[in-house]
Design a binder for this molecule. Sequence first.
Ligand SMILES: [Zn+2]
Length: 279
Amino acid sequence: MQYEFDKRSVKVIEHIRNSLPFFCFENFANGSSDTQHAVFTRQGGTSPWPFDTLNLSISVRDRAENVYANRSRAYATHDRSNDSLVHAHLIHGADVAIVTHQDYGQYIGPVDGLITNEKGCGLTMNYADCAPILIFDPLRGGIGLGHAGWQGAVKDLPGAMVRAMQQAFGSEPADLSAAVGPCIGPCCYEVGEPVLSAVKDTFNESQALLRPAPDTGGSELSGDKRYFDLPEANRQRLLEAGVEQVEVADFCTACRTDLFFSHRAEKGCTGRFGAILML
Ligand SMILES: [Zn+2]
């Protein structure tokens, strides 16, 4: 069953450059030319199944030469290379690092959030069901890129990114523009313990985030099965941190394995799509 995302969701716009497709949020930068971003799909690369085709991660069992060829193609759409972007070693935590161009080509961390206020500095991370978190401060010239699955949402990685930007750049949360990129939706994200307890313990509105099975219309037949609304959980974290403008991509990665890699839908045997964010 296709889950209908709420009205909070926005369309992301597809672009094609050098015959490679990518998505952009319509209102993320509010027309500002001070930042650029892209969420790549799995299309347009060179890797064979199950990494077909634009796998950008060297942490899966794809051949390194394929990954670097894919990165060249993807990053070239924004005149970047593997060595002119900052990467992160992701661990589903809530730590955030401040980076500059001196970190280009490096894997920072382990951290799940990167921030910078250096003009021209570019950030990248890879995903397969976890949510890309993008933040932009148009007034003070800062950006943040994050990676938040259920653990990042529970540990409040989005809020940690906002607070890191406040502390490092003097950002006011109300000035920030944020976006939650394509991730697994409540249509597909069946959860049990320890996710249920962790969400109930840390979110005020946990009932709304743990939905009944979509095909039972919420009847008692759904039993203990719950479906976690990861994009909404991340949006809530950004709102709690004081961000007022939050866009949420209207894609579920598990429903759309034609477009994205999904760890859940493809039973762990898949690649990672990428996001880039530049100041
Ligand atoms: Zn889905």
